[in-house]
Design a protein around this ligand. Structure first.
Ligand code: SF4
Length: 575
């Protein structure tokens, strides 16, 4: 069974921007924050905003304090003024595409044009647009309403940004036929258009479509109608809890799409739920394969195997005989570190990876005990390797603890409690460095008794691979990180720039290793290990173009790059 998530599913640019502005504001200030009207039409997002202390005001009070957000739909100009006069610090989250329509209306109304808005009279965006028409604005919800309007000497016609494309084409033809002096502006947002085209095309290829989004969301309802009109089984749900797979029949290919106000984490939850439930209907072998993949990933066993493989490859690359003790130390230490991180990240995982959050919540005590055992096992291995290794691992473990606790001594009241983990991007960098130390520096110290120049090059290679892997997962987790106030590298730089950075880093590592092999700094194994950053580069490009399936396989593929390094090094040793 195949599940395809529509490329356009989830937040549109305007909604994403509004939600990010709200969450960023709440993460940066302790002042009261509110939105003027509900920020978007999605009850789950609104609940989270409420939990973050972001309230909703429906009327503008005479006196206000703190920050108020104007939602993506925009407001009439006089409302913005009233909010400022009430004493609010105003953050304008009006979508730039709505601002463009507001500007068209304002400019023409100043020149004496009447304004005809084709849209839903009660919709907040239309109410906001009317405010720019200088008292000469008219709303038409259908053709009858258009026919009923008086004739204007000069007028413009604009559309609500989420207007039905076919209806607006009819309006344009009507204006050209009867009122050629009217100017028509097609202001329908391209995000709405491409979302509808996407679901239409997908519905032709699949057996069933699951549409995810608020029941009050007009654009989500339209997606459901399009899927159903295409003659396919379609269901509209708000969350994974409402998923009834029996309604989908016995599909071999299912599409998931979502409205413009549906967050990623809800789409992910629906995907995981669908994947889990459909797998139970599969033949024994496939069900077992899925079960094993899932548990290897969730328990970090697959990641730990990757750590062992990377240590083996890094040892060989720097010309050290791979020692079982170094590999064991890397495996146990990284297993302990990642399981510990998963245990303390359950809150953000509820949004980023609900399956992982459930797994860690349900097995919290058992996994905590295992973390301790892995840690002790790592320390014991280091002790047997020598005092230097024990000291190194103790320092790293100490740094790991300092990383998560408050730096402010107990007893000092008030204010924020800073932690190293609050430093933007610190987790990604420190995880990569920790991997570099145990997979590269430890084998060098164990084999050579010192760190050589070649170790520095191999260290850069391992750190870069782990950095790319960790920052990629940070990209997938951006919405959840924002909710819990984590400042990761993609949140600082944005998704596009981070993706560019990761691709460049992988490319640089590939070229550097090739050159190092060519000039004899590293052995010919360097040529073979170039395949790892190349595979990462291809993975990232495929992800950008929607070529990597979501869910379990995505994580599994990314973690497989380290296993690949070990296999290539093993192959080279054999040859
Ligand atoms: S649908 Fe288009 S106009 Fe409306 S908020 Fe999203 S991007 Fe902006």
């Amino acid at each position: 069974m195949k599940i395809t998530v529509a490329k356009t599913a989830g937040f549109c640019m305007g909604v994403r921007r509004a939600v990010e502005l709200a969450l960023d504001a709440s993460n940066r200030t302790n002042e009261p924050i509110c939105t003027y009207g509900p920020l978007i039409h999605n009850p789950q997002v609104l609940n989270i905003l409420e939990e973050k202390g972001i309230s909703v005001i429906k009327e503008i009070p005479e006196n206000g304090s703190g920050t108020v957000l104007i939602r993506a739909h925009g407001v009439p100009p006089e409302d913005r003024e009233k909010l400022r006069n009430a004493g609010f610090n105003v953050i304008d989250a009006t979508c730039p595409k709505v601002i463009k329509v507001q500007s068209i209306i304002a400019r023409h109304s100043r020149q004496g044009y009447a304004v005809i808005i084709v849209g839903d009279r009660a919709h907040p965006e239309v109410i906001g647009l009317l405010g720019y028409a200088g008292g000469n604005g008219h709303v038409a919800e259908n053709m009858d309403a258009l026919h009923a309007l008086p004739e204007f000497e000069k007028a413009i016609i604009v559309a609500q940004t989420t207007q039905n494309k076919t209806f607006f084409e009819e309006v344009t033809e009507w204006a050209e036929a009867y009122y050629p002096n009217y100017q028509v502006f097609n202001t329908i947002c391209d995000s709405t258009e491409s979302r509808q085209t996407d679901v239409k095309n997908l519905a032709e290829k699949v057996d069933a479509v699951v549409v995810v989004g608020g029941y009050e969301s007009g654009n989500t309802k339209r997606l459901f109608d399009i899927a159903r009109d295409a003659g396919k089984t379609a269901v509209h749900i708000e969350t994974e809890a409402e998923l009834d797979v029996s309604q989908l029949g016995n599909p071999s290919h299912i599409a998931i799409t979502a409205g413009a106000s549906t967050p990623n984490w809800i789409i992910k939850r629906v995907y995981r739920e669908l994947e889990n439930r459909m797998m139970y209907n599969k033949r024994c072998f496939r069900r077992w394969r899925f079960f094993i993949h899932r548990n290897l990933l969730l328990s970090n066993i697959y990641l730990a195997a990757g750590a062992g493989c990377l240590t083996y490859a890094a040892s060989m690359l720097q010309g050290v005989d791979p020692a079982l003790s170094s590999i064991l130390m890397a495996v146990l230490y990284l297993l302990c570190m990642h399981t510990f991180n998963n245990l303390i990240d359950i809150t953000s995982d509820r949004y980023n990876d609900p399956d992982r959050a459930n797994f860690y919540q349900q097995n919290k005590n058992f996994l905590s005990a295992l973390t301790g055992l892995f840690g002790l096992g790592g320390l014991l291995t280091a002790y047997m390797m020598g005092p230097l290794f024990l000291l190194l691992l103790l320092c790293m473990s100490f740094m790991g603890i300092v990383y998560t606790i408050s730096l402010k001594p107990q007893g000092i009241a008030g204010g924020l409690k800073p932690k190293i983990r609050d430093i933007p991007g610190s987790k990604t960098v420190l995880v990569a460095l920790a991997w570099g130390i145990v997979t590269t520096i430890v084998p060098a110290l164990d084999g050579f008794g010192q760190v050589r120049l070649i170790t520095a090059l191999v260290f850069l290679w391992t750190v870069s691979l782990v950095f790319v892997r960790t920052a990629f997962f940070d990209i997938l987790d951006m919405q959840g990180s924002r909710i819990v106030g984590k400042e990761t590298i993609p949140i600082l730089l944005g998704e596009k720039k981070t993706m560019g950075l990761l691709k460049n880093l992988a490319a640089i590592m590939m070229v550097a290793l090739c050159i190092a092999s060519a000039i004899g700094v590293v052995s010919t194994l360097g040529y073979l290990l170039c395949i790892c950053p190349l595979a990462m580069l291809m993975f990232l490009s495929a992800y950008e173009h929607g070529g990597i399936p979501s869910g379990l396989r995505q994580g599994f593929l990314m973690e497989s790059h380290f296993i690949l390094a070990g296999l290539l090094a093993g192959l080279w040793a054999l040859i």
